[in-house]
Design a protein around this ligand. Sequence first.
Ligand code: PLP
Length: 418
Amino acid sequence: MTELEDLDRRVSWHPFTQMAGWSPLVIARGEGNYLIDEQGRRYLDGVSSLWSNLHGHRHPRLDRALRDQLDRIAHSTYLGLAHEPGIRLAEQLLEVAPIGLTRVFYSDSGSTAVEIALKQSFQYWQLKDQTKKRKFLRVGEAYHGDTLGAVGVGGIELFHRVFGPLLVDSIAIPSPALDPEGARMTLIRELETRSDEIAAFVMEPLIQGAAGMLLHPPGFLTVVRDLCTRFHVHLIVDEVATGFGRTGRMFACEHENVSPDLMCLAKGISGGYLPLAATLATEEIYSAFLGERSELKQFFHGHTYTANPLACAVGLESLTLLRESTLASAQTLIEPMRQALERLKNLSAVKGIRQCGLMAGIELATNEPFAGSAVCDRIREEGVILRPLGNVVVWMPPLTLAISELETLETATRRAIA
Ligand code: PLP
């Protein structure tokens, strides 16, 4: 055991990790789509450093943007002050966002982006004197992060059950991936009977990532948009996982030409470099918070590192790069990835495969909840880092994955599952 491995075992407490028996892999550096450990061993980053990396590690342009900003200032607050990277990134985000979104509220993680959307929706209705609108509608098996508000609109038993007594009130509809008709009917019923109590409907568009890459039927998002408009309920779309090219379009909403009332962004927003998130809102929602200072309509929410200038500077360069070339290269990778997944379908231990753009789940033919972990431990010996979701092995590579790297991913996955 190296000195750092030993020290990590003595001082760290890792997220979503059973620390008893924990054996760390200490990453020393990155290079393109590879992570490199202390001993110089190279691992393909098959989950893009938890779904965040878009263009690979140590991209020269992103590194330069970060260094240039560092020569100006590392951090200054966005509470009562502004700065150029924050302003310019907001402008660019609105340029690529679905039409109708006109305001950017920054924070620093996917969970906070969701918390903020929930609170903005809630306060909007309070400001509009619709004070009964306090509940949130959500999807079965949903995952929107780990802070209490986000857990309140989540539905993953394994992660969320223990915190039940602490949570905000939400009403679940069945996951449209598992029961499309039930989801639609329940949504209609809830909206017909108590839309006067419901502030917003929250959902991941097209695909529920952390639930195990569950695919929604085409058209479901459009139905939801129409119903939310008809019943005066906000549509909050969580694009934390699906945003920034991951599904083959800049945002998943684009596949169905849907504009939400609030949109949550994080992960890929900084190209996977630094903690950054944004909640985008319509002018209708934003303008409800305007008034005299003494009216106290302002949104009383903010974090110390909200809109950190380094994160915004690298986010701006990442978005430029995405629009210039990375999105197009991601699109060319979708079909080869589909073919690679198709070849894995033949393995007897594989029950099913689900793919949306460059997000994929390989479901193992077992209900053993840690089967995915066993496969991913084995894959690591092949020089690939993956992280499972229960019995689902996840592929979520950087958008710049080369065909030869896709072959490495396929071969390692095949061997490990076999
Ligand atoms: N929303 C979705 C759809 C996610 O997939 C995640 C994280 O995986 C989050 C929110 C939470 O993001 P974070 O881990 O940055 O808080």
